[in-house]
Structures are given as C-alpha cells and as structure tokens.
Design a protein around this ligand. Structure first.
Ligand SMILES: Nc1ncnc2c1ncn2[C@@H]1O[C@H](COP(=O)(O)OP(=O)(O)O)[C@@H](O)[C@H]1O
Ligand SMILES: [Mg+2]
Length: 202
C-alpha cells in the first residue's frame, strides 16, 4: 500500500489483475477532490498507453473506472527490479541495467517523463522489464524534467543499490547509446546535482 494508492490483487473476468485505487483524501473539497482524482487517473492511463506506443512493456489496462477512482490492469508476475538487482549475479544485473537505460531512453525520446523512475517501479518478468506507476508522469520535451527523471534513477542506485552503485554506469551507457539527446540530459543531471535541490512535479 502506497501513500496515495491502494493496490489489490484480484481475479476479474477470469484474469489475474491488480486494482489500483486512488485513496481519496478527506481534506479537500469533495467535488474538487473527485475531479482531481479523475484527472490523475486519466493522466496515468494516458502515459501508460503512450509508453506502450513507444515500445515499452507496461501492464495491459483492462478497465478504467473513474467513479471508483480505479484502474484494473494485468498483474505482472515476478519481482521488483529493486529486489532482483540485489540478488542477480553481476553479469545478469548488468544486463538488467542496460535494459533500464534503454527504457529510460525510449521514454525520453517520446517525450514521456515518468516522474518516479526508480527500480521500485519496474517489475522483472522473466527477462523483460515492465514499467509501472506513471502517476507522477507527464508528456514534455523539457530537458529539466528528463534530467530529474535520470537524477532520481541515479539516486536510487546510490541508496537502494549502494553496494552495487557502479552498475549505474551500464544504465548511463545504454541510455546515451539509444537516445541521441541523452548526453545533453546527463549534463543537465550534473547541473541539478550541483544545485543540490530539485522539484518533483505532481
Ligand atoms: N500491474 C502490476 N502487477 C504486479 N504488481 C504490481 C502492479 N502494479 C503495482 N504493483 C505492485 O504494487 C506496488 C505499488 O504500485 P505502484 O503503482 O508503484 O503505486 P504507488 O507506488 O503509488 O503506491 C508496486 O511496487 C508493485 O509491487
Ligand atoms: Mg510506485
């Protein structure tokens, strides 16, 4: 259970699904709250579909239920990339990291900024990585936003994966190989680090 969404496993029309339900916060005006939640769900769904168009594996969306504030999607079997990276042997972990870099590149080439690009929001299903949780994402060509995405990803490697943080080199390497504008984004990341603060968009 996350801060703003409730995730439940279920069977729905004979399929293994996940219900992702936004938790309604009581402190806002009710009508405003409802339209805000609906806008966020629509944003998340739209970005998942855009990502799919860009060739990124995302869960299949079965239903979008706005009155219930919920998305019904395919349940991805497997483990979070966050956990897999700690357990896999080095050469396999490195392959996963090259895939992560390639995914980030493809998202950014299509002007999709994920908004919470960490290894907790990637699931490893066999040897494919499925990206989830586009709730903080946006469609933008802004270098700054792409930079924040890559900055967050790097932070995840220095915190969650601090014992193997050298693996981030593989992420960066494949990111710039796939994305012609990648080097410019990584330059922006250095600038963001120097500034020492960043803003996460909601
Ligand atoms: N489609 C899915 N299939 C399997 N597990 C999922 C799926 N979507 C979410 N999860 C699990 O639920 C957790 C939280 O979901 P997420 O969409 O990241 O919401 P939030 O981080 O906002 O709580 C994920 O880290 C993952 O473990
Ligand atoms: Mg998440």
């Amino acid at each position: 259970m996350g801060a703003e969404a409730r995730l439940d496993s279920a069977t729905w029309l004979g399929r293994d699904v996940v219900f992702k339900q936004r938790v309604v916060k009581g402190y806002r005006h009710r009508a405003l709250d409802e339209s805000l939640q609906a806008a966020r769900i629509k944003n998340e769904v739209r970005l998942m579909l855009e990502a799919r168009k860009a060739g990124i594996a995302v869960p299949i969306i079965y239903s979008v239920d706005l009155p219930e504030n919920r998305i019904v999607m395919e349940e991805i079997p497997g483990t979070r990339v966050k956990d897999a990276l700690e357990e896999l042997p080095k050469d396999q972990a490195e392959m996963v990291c090259r895939q992560i870099g390639d995914i980030a590149a493809r998202l950014h080439m299509s002007d999709i900024v994920h908004g919470d690009l960490t290894t907790s929001n990637m699931l490893l299903d066999g040897d494919r990585i499925v990206v989830i949780d586009f709730s903080l994402g946006s469609k933008t060509s802004e270098l700054e936003d792409k930079g924040v995405d890559m900055h967050l990803l790097e932070e995840a490697f220095h915190s969650a994966h601090y014992r193997r943080s050298e693996l981030y080199e593989a992420v960066k390497d494949s990111y710039v190989k796939t994305y012609p504008g990648g080097a410019e984004v990584l330059k922006k990341v250095r600038e963001i680090e120097k500034r020492g603060r960043y803003t996460r968009k909601e």
